[in-house]
Design a protein around this ligand. Structure first.
Ligand SMILES: Nc1ncnc2c1ncn2[C@@H]1O[C@H](COP(=O)(O)OP(=O)(O)OP(=O)(O)O)[C@@H](O)[C@H]1O
Length: 742
């Protein structure tokens, strides 16, 4: 028999267990019943996937959805595990007979199938050997559970057939009542119960009221497009198919590719949508809750609920699809009060008073969560019976803002609103006008839409010449999400050390890696505080002068090692790379513009590049150089952005040295650089720095045509793109036709 760790390594490639996995696996191998209640994404599947491979007997897994089973079977087969499923969609009729002969390691079944296969199937399979009978999404057993499925209730009959087979219930969402019902329904005998923490520390939870209507959806699309631009995926859950279609259309209108998924689409269309999203070919999925069970996509950065879900359990499960890789991610829930009036609708299929009560209680809990003014995480965790000793988690909207937003209209119990409507009229009379005036003034100042007013989101603003969707899509798409995340944290004030050692990561990353991420972000044009950065890595003006000297000696910046060899020991590769990145970004190295700036002022906006920035940096063919990969990356980057680097003319001797050093294969690039220089000498290019610097001095702001005219060295398209970028970063804002620095 193979050992548990060796199976973990051999089939799944993991060297360590996640919390609780090992204990559960061992108990199952000892043939003990188990109830596993662990958060979404905590690794429950492995608990039933490993034992069959260790004891070499089929493991039966009951799962609620065919598509989910198909995905799992496919993934397991790719790992060399013999997996199959039995259900109405199975077209291979040999699976049944192979299964009862014990030819599969893991066999998935719908609850319907498990309850209807003939007893002979089980007796044959028992002869071959069954390692476990697992019920995934086990909360479906309970009438108190949010996804009650009648057939799950009938699984208890199998207990009498599968004597001696360990029964395993697994779920991510089970309150105490639900846990109790799972245990008793499956007739578990002295089960080993594991309840992991429900706390997903990397998830931010927030709630906002919504106004149904197109202008609200346009705003939402705009908000989401900012995240899309950073490369992360987003799921938007809607409560109705009509909403799915409306939100989906708005994305299409805004030029953002999105997928759609709901129960009325045919199987093929749903499958296609699902596939494109999982493979990152679509970054946005607009769906009903039909989408997502078993989605194991690690890089979902936000889950938005457009409308309140019917229970807090569903909310926890759906929002839990976000941030499975442990990176900070956000869950926003938008609700209207009418969402809470859907109780009767949700009860339409219930068959008992107990179920009706359960549905109503779950909806009430969701409502409480929406109107909560205290910590949302604490509320969520305590709902699932987990103690959260602190009063504030620091990572939900209520903990992050000091002035809490509240939907005041829901403060009074609904029956009181009914009977006391005159109470309300009085408040409207007294304060209504004042409120309206303040809101109107604020909205105008911030260029926000008011109810019923159509506003074209900035993302799809039409200019004279082009219609642009968020330019971030193009600009930052090349930045991987890890790099962008690192930059965001840095931008929000975290140190390099903090970012490298973030608690939510399973293991720290090297500080050197963080430095490289940040430099990449800087080179991509993201706002960057060079003074702070350089202070942190100890790059002083003196060191930069020494690096400059070293480069002039070795002539080339093609490889870092020769430069390093010219420098004292304490000047590191990190210093050299930073220096080169600054060059690449067009940051001045002159003392009066850089070194004397100790105030942290916008020194990074200085844009006179030193003549060294004209040195071309070719990809490094020499694999011996310690930092080859980085050199190569820098070079590629630099090549890519070459046109954007504002340059001063290279003096004769420097150019001579360069031309001597770069014969043959480098000629083309040199030509390109000198062409750029020629253009630069007469026409001004728009870059982050040049635009901001120029606009800073314009009290009246600048219109688009002013900007085109001034930066006539850049195409109008790229100017618009850059302006949109700056607007997204809140570096500039636009009111009417005029842009100003923020
Ligand atoms: N021991 C491990 N080491 C590293 N990664 C693991 C380990 N076990 C599981 N994982 C990974 O964790 C992720 C989540 O696992 P899994 O899908 O089993 O979670 P789950 O608890 O079943 O989630 P859900 O309730 O949402 O279905 C997967 O990508 C899986 O490969």
């Amino acid at each position: 028999m193979e050992t548990v760790p060796s199976v973990l390594k051999k089939y799944f490639g993991f060297s360590n267990f996640k919390p609780y996995q090992r204990e559960v696996i061992e108990k199952i191998i000892e043939r003990r019943d188990c109830l596993v209640v662990m958060a979404t994404g905590s690794g429950k599947s492995l608990c039933y996937q490993v034992p069959p491979l260790v004891v070499k007997k089929t493991g039966i897994v009951v799962s609620p959805l065919i598509s989910l089973m198909q995905d799992q079977v496919m993934a397991l087969k790719q790992r060399g595990i013999r997996a199959e499923y039995l259900g109405s969609a199975q077209k291979d009729f040999t699976v049944h007979s192979k299964a009862e002969r014990g030819q599969f390691d893991i066999l998935f079944m719908t609850p319907e199938k498990a309850c209807t296969v003939p007893t002979s199937f089980w007796s044959n399979l028992l002869k071959a050997g069954i390692s476990l009978f697992a019920v995934d999404e086990a909360h479906c057993i309970s009438e108190w559970g949010h996804g009650f499925r009648e057939k799950y209730k009938h699984l208890d009959k199998l207990r009498e057939v599968l004597l001696d087979v360990p029964f395993v219930g697994l779920t991510a969402t089970a309150t105490e009542k639900v846990r109790f019902e799972i245990i008793s329904s499956l007739k578990m005998d002295n089960p080993y119960v594991t309840i992991g923490s429900f706390d997903r520390t990397n998830l931010f939870y927030g709630v906002k009221p919504l106004n149904r209507g197109q202008s609200f959806i346009d705003e939402l699309v705009w908000e989401i497009s900012k995240e899309v631009a950073t490369g992360g995926s987003t799921i938007i859950y809607c409560t109705t198919i009509k909403d799915v279609e409306q939100v989906f259309k708005s994305f299409t209108k805004a030029g953002i590719e999105a997928g759609m998924y709901h129960g009325q689409m045919n199987g093929k269309a749903r499958e296609e949508s699902h596939r494109l999203f999982v493979r990152d070919e679509l970054q946005v999925m607009v769906a009903t809750i039909a989408f997502g069970m078993g989605i194991n996509k690690p890089n979902i950065r936000q889950v938005i609920h457009y409308g309140c879900p019917k229970s807090l359990e569903s909310y926890y499960q759906e929002s839990g699809r976000c941030g499975r890789d442990g990176i900070a991610s956000v869950c926003w829930l938008y609700y209207t009060r009418s969402d809470f009036a859907k109780g009767n609708f949700y009860c339409r299929d219930v068959k008992s008073e107990k179920q009706r009560k359960a549905v109503m209680e779950s909806l009430l809990a969701a409502k409480r969560y929406c109107v909560l003014t205290t910590c949302r995480r604490k509320f969520l965790l305590e709902y699932f019976g987990e103690k959260f000793s602190a009063d504030r988690c620091g990572n939900c909207d209520n903990c992050k803002v000091s002035k809490k937003e509240r939907d005041m209209s829901t403060e009074a119990p609904s029956d009181e609103i009914l009977t006391s409507n005159n109470v309300v009229q009085h408040l409207v009379m007294k304060y209504g006008n004042h409120f309206l005036q303040v809101i109107q003034k604020l909205s105008q100042g911030l260029n926000l839409s008011l109810d019923g007013e159509e506003r074209v989101p900035t993302a799809i603003l039409k200019t004279n010449t082009v219609t642009k969707v968020s330019p971030l899509t193009n600009k930052y798409k090349k930045l991987t999400s890890a790099k962008f995340e690192a930059w965001k944290m840095w931008h929000n004030g975290l140190s390099i050390h903090d970012i490298a050692n973030l608690e939510v990561r399973s293991a720290p990353i090297r500080e050197q890696t963080v430095v490289e991420y940040l430099l990449k972000a800087a080179q991509k044009g993201l706002p960057f505080y060079w003074v702070r950065f350089n202070k942190m890595i100890g790059l002083t003006q003196e060191i930069m002068s020494e690096i400059q000297l070293a480069i002039s000696k070795v002539v080339s910046t093609e490889k870092l090692k020769p430069i390093k060899n010219e420098l004292p020991e304490d000047i590191s590769y990190q210093h050299i790379k930073t220096y080169l990145s600054m060059q690449n970004c067009g940051i001045s190295l002159e003392t009066n513009q850089y070194g004397s700036n100790q105030t942290g002022k916008d020194d990074e906006l200085a844009h006179n590049a030193s003549n060294l920035s004209d040195c071309t940096l070719e990809t490094c063919p020499d694999r011996q150089c310690e930092d080859d990969t980085s050199v190569k990356a820098l070079a590629e980057e630099r090549d890519l952005e070459m046109d954007e680097v504002p340059s001063l003319p290279v003096n004769g001797s420097e150019e001579e040295k360069l031309s001597n050093a770069r014969e043959g294969k480098f000629t083309r690039k040199r030509q390109r650089v000198s062409e750029t220089k020629e253009v630069n000498s007469t026409r001004l290019k728009a870059t982050v720095t040049s635009v901001i610097e120029w606009m800073k001095n314009l009290d009246e702001g600048a219109t688009l045509s002013n900007i085109f005219e001034h930066f006539n060295g850049s195409s109008e398209d790229s100017v618009v793109e850059l302006l949109n970028c700056l607007e997204c970063d809140f570096l500039i804002y636009r009111k009417g036709n005029v842009y100003r620095v923020l």
